[in-house]
Design a protein around this ligand. Structure first.
Ligand SMILES: O=P(O)(O)OC[C@H]1O[C@H](OP(=O)(O)OP(=O)(O)O)[C@H](O)[C@@H]1O
Ligand code: HPA
Length: 183
């Protein structure tokens, strides 16, 4: 059922960000454009894969978790929390450090309370730095993480918890190859 995702990933251009081989794809970058059918394919696959029992909130990270999170929230009717890269200084806001393969920054979590059950979804897991930061922030507020799913994994990052992935890719020689799919 992931034909559009697989086909489009294997056609992705790869560019250098420093030493990092960065693939460019509609789901991970929003460019050149996001086809509704691709977004639906990804959303439907996530609905099939994720454990949503008793889940209060969906947690995504700015920026490239947002379009996936919106699609998923509209399909499941579960509210969406966007972890931002700037502070709002609201009471209870939690700040954590994020490191990726090509960037460093701060993430700010608002809108999740102790005891709430959440799922985390994101576009990519590469070094795992972003997911580890989100897990840490949710731990600090006392939320329960029911499940975690990314659209694409590259590499074998350890995030300290089980991670569900729609497609696993290898990025080498200037190309993206899909090596595994979950459904
Ligand atoms: O596993 P990692 O090494 O952490 O990489 C994955 C993260 O990298 C990208 O986010 P980025 O912070 O580049 O921002 P963007 O979503 O605004 O593109 C992507 O959206 C993931 O959240
Ligand atoms: O190679 C990538 N492409 C798009 N987004 C990403 N986030 C981490 N790595 C990548």
């Amino acid at each position: 059922m992931l034909e559009r995702l697989i086909r489009s990933l294997e056609a992705s251009p790869v560019m250098k960000r420093g030493e990092y081989d960065y693939f460019i794809h509609p789901i991970t970058d929003g460019v050149p454009l996001v086809e509704p059918a691709l977004l639906r394919e990804v959303g439907c696959a996530m609905v099939r894969v994720l454990d949503l029992s008793g889940v209060d909130k969906i947690v995504v990270c700015e920026a490239m978790g947002i379009h996936i999170g919106v699609a998923f929230s509209m399909m499941t009717d579960i509210p969406l929390v966007v972890v931002r890269k700037r502070s709002y200084n609201l009471p209870g806001e939690v700040a954590v450090h994020q490191t990726t393969g090509y960037s460093k920054g701060e993430l700010y979590l608002n809108g999740v309370s102790a005891g709430e059950r959440v799922v985390i979804i994101d576009d990519v897991c590469s070094t795992g730095g972003t997911l580890r930061a989100l897990i840490s922030a949710l731990g600090q507020v006392g939320a329960e993480i029911a499940d975690i799913c990314v659209v694409i994994s590259r590499g074998d990052a350890d995030i300290g918890r089980p991670l569900k992935t729609l497609v696993r890719v290898d990025v080498s020689g200037g190309r993206v190859r899909v090596v595994d799919t979950c459904i």
